[in-house]
Write a protein that binds this ligand. Sequence first.
Ligand SMILES: [Zn+2]
Length: 179
Amino acid sequence: MSTQTLSYAIDEHDHLIRVDEGYYRFAEENGWEEAATSLGRSLWDYVAGHEMVKLQRLLVRRVRNELGDVELPFRCDGPSVRREMNIRIVARPGGRVVLFSARTRHEEPRDSPQWLLDPATPRSDEVLEMCGWCDRFEVDGEWVEVEEAARRLELFNKAELPAISHGICPDCNEMLLAA
Ligand SMILES: [Zn+2]
């Protein structure tokens, strides 16, 4: 039986300041040897891929500055399991500390990386348009915040993220033309 919940927290510099038992168990079950030295290190050292770091940083900034609290589905496969989790990200009131707590929604064994053949796996030539001014993303012709884009496109469930291309949304374009 594998770990069902884990949590961790970061300080205002995005350094890991607290991890719980579940975090260490989860790390052990997934063969992740660096876990013991996590405390004090940057959260972003542990996020794979440039685009994913960009998206998650934006999300953390939104949680700190505006949302306070968000819950999103994400995919976190282990060496031999396909695992769907939910993560809740909460900013502590008044502070810059952010808490993350994740729980497993669904888990099933996998003995080969079948997702590679899954037609739902995105092709790497997909492009996600992001407005360089307001940091919103275009989804089906609509400009939405990062958490909404992540929800609608299931960004954190994908094995491979689309490339992010920087542009400008019509609202910002209009604002700049009027300035
Ligand atoms: Zn914009």
